[in-house]
Design a protein around this ligand. Sequence first.
Ligand code: ADP
Length: 244
Amino acid sequence: MTVVTPNTTTDKSPNLQERENTAVMVQLQSVTKTYANGSNALLDVNLEVKQGNFLFITGPSGSGKSTLLKLLYGEELATQGTVIVDRCNITSLRGDRLSLLRRRIGIVFQDYKLIPQRTVAENVTVVLQAQGYTRKEIQRRLEPTLKLVGLLTKSECFPDQLSGGEQQRVSIARAIVATPPLLLADEPTGNLDPDNSWQVIQILQKLNSFGATVIVTTHDEQLVRRCNHPIVQVNNGRLCQYYS
Ligand code: ADP
């Protein structure tokens, strides 16, 4: 289960006991992020996500959701506090060690970030090539990954031959092809209609059922309500509500 700790708790129910025994995948301790222009994106945030959880982070635009994810994959550094991902203190990682941790994190963005002049298959395998996987291993991983996202028949298409939903599924395939234990999705349904949004969430749920820890930011309250996952709400840089 996910434990969010704006305040300490004395609840020692069996459920909580169970949570305490599961390894922690992500931990933010008193994290504040102030950008160079003085903008306070996050204020004294505490959050703990256990291995194998699926967490939604909701909140209005500008509340700090993307910043929170950026701190988790080292795109931004916390101004104060500690960020621990997969047992590594990301606040003190640089260079190769940060690159190695990033290989254990799959990231999905709202705007897909596909390479336009590469096919679906190439967009997915480019990650593995960059990480030095053998040709054989790349081939071994490609087919089941495309199958999982329902794009096996589109592997030779280019991004501009795909719908928005399909493009997002390519970007999910790229994020998961190296089987990272942590998957971060920043507004993955932001550009999609309700049907395609639901398809994307179902794929993320399937990955979660295979064991990946999944953290999804969204401002789509309806989508969140359709699922039965813990939700953290961010407002003006503070984690203000938690529903499990
Ligand atoms: P959300 O993802 O909820 O829309 P963000 O994390 O993108 O929110 O932004 C939180 C706050 O930080 C906003 O006020 C935004 O303007 C500010 N912010 C985000 N990125 C930067 C940046 N690179 N430089 C300065 N301010 C930023």
